[in-house]
Design a protein around this ligand. Sequence first.
Ligand code: ATP
Ligand code: MG
Length: 300
Amino acid sequence: ENGQKEDSIIQNDLSESFEEEVRAFLSDEEKLHLFDDLTKVNPVTTTTVLKCLQARYTVNLFYTNAGCSLVALNPFQPISCLYSPELMREYHVALRPQDLKPHIFAVAEQTYRNVQSQLDPVNQSIIVSGESGAGKTWTSRCLMKFYASVAASVISPKGNETVERIEKRVLDSNPVMEAFGNACTLRNNNSSRFGKYIQLQLDRFHHLSSASIQTFLLEKTRVAYQAPNERNFHIFYQITKGATAEERLEWNLPEGADYRWLPNSERNLDEDCFEVTRDAMFHLGIDCSTQNNIFKVRYK
Ligand SMILES: Nc1ncnc2c1ncn2[C@@H]1O[C@H](COP(=O)(O)OP(=O)(O)OP(=O)(O)O)[C@@H](O)[C@H]1O
Ligand SMILES: [Mg+2]
C-alpha cells in the first residue's frame, strides 16, 4: 500500500512538473511563432503544438515542418507572393531548399532532387492528406504548377508543339476533374467528391514527359441526391449557367426550367466557370462534337 502511495506521489510530482513545463513553454508567447519545425517543440502536447501553429497563423506563416512532413494551414484568403514564379525559382535554385522557410515548394523541390540524384530511375510519392476543406486540392495544384514550371520540357528552337503542350495539359486536367468531380458542400465550396492518384512522369533529362491520373471512390450518388444546402457536381451548374441560347436548345436545357438535379443554383460560385472547363477540355484533346455529346441532357 505504501509503495502504491509513493508511486502516486511520484506520478503527481511528475504530472505537476510536466504541467509546469507546458506553462513555461507557452508563457513565452512572443516566441511561439518562431518554431518552424514542430519537432523542436518541447514538451510536445496537443496544446503546445496547436498554440505554435496558431501563433504562426496570426503572423501569416502557413507552413510548418514536422520533421520530414509539412503541416499546411489553410489561410482561407489569397496570400500574395506565396506562390509566385519567383518564389518557385528561389526554392528550385537553393543550395538546400529545406533551409529556407517551410513551404510546399521545399517538399516539391526535395522530391524532384531525390529523383534526379539516383542513377537508376526511382519513384517518389507525395501524400497530401487532411480533412475536408483543409487545402488538399489547392496543395496538389501548387505541386503540379511547381513541376510544370521547374521540370518544363525544353522547347526546341523550332518550337515543338507537342512537347510545349504537355505542361499545359497537365495543369488543364485540374479544372476538368474538378468540374465533374467536385461539388459545393457544407464544409467546402469546392469539395472533391473523389480521391485521385496523380502520376507525373519525367524523361531521362528530368523533364515532364507525361502524366496519368487515376480516380477512385467518386461519390456518384450525388447526381441524384444532395443533402440540404449542398449542391450537385459543378458541371451541371456550369452548363445551365454558361450555355448559349443555341446550346440550350441542342442540349435540352430550356431557359428558366426548374431542375430537380440543380439544387441551390441561385448561389453563384467562382466554380461556375463553364468557359474554363471547356477551354481545358479542348486543350486535353476533347473536341467540340465529343463535348456536345457530354453536355447533352438525355431524358430516358
Ligand atoms: N494555401 C491556400 N491559400 C489560399 N486559399 C487556400 C489555400 N488552401 C486552401 N485554400 C482555400 O480553401 C478552399 C478549400 O481547399 P481545398 O478545396 O483544397 O480543400 P480539400 O482539402 O481539397 O477539401 P475536400 O476534401 O473537401 O476536397 C479552397 O477552395 C481555397 O479557397
Ligand atoms: Mg479537394
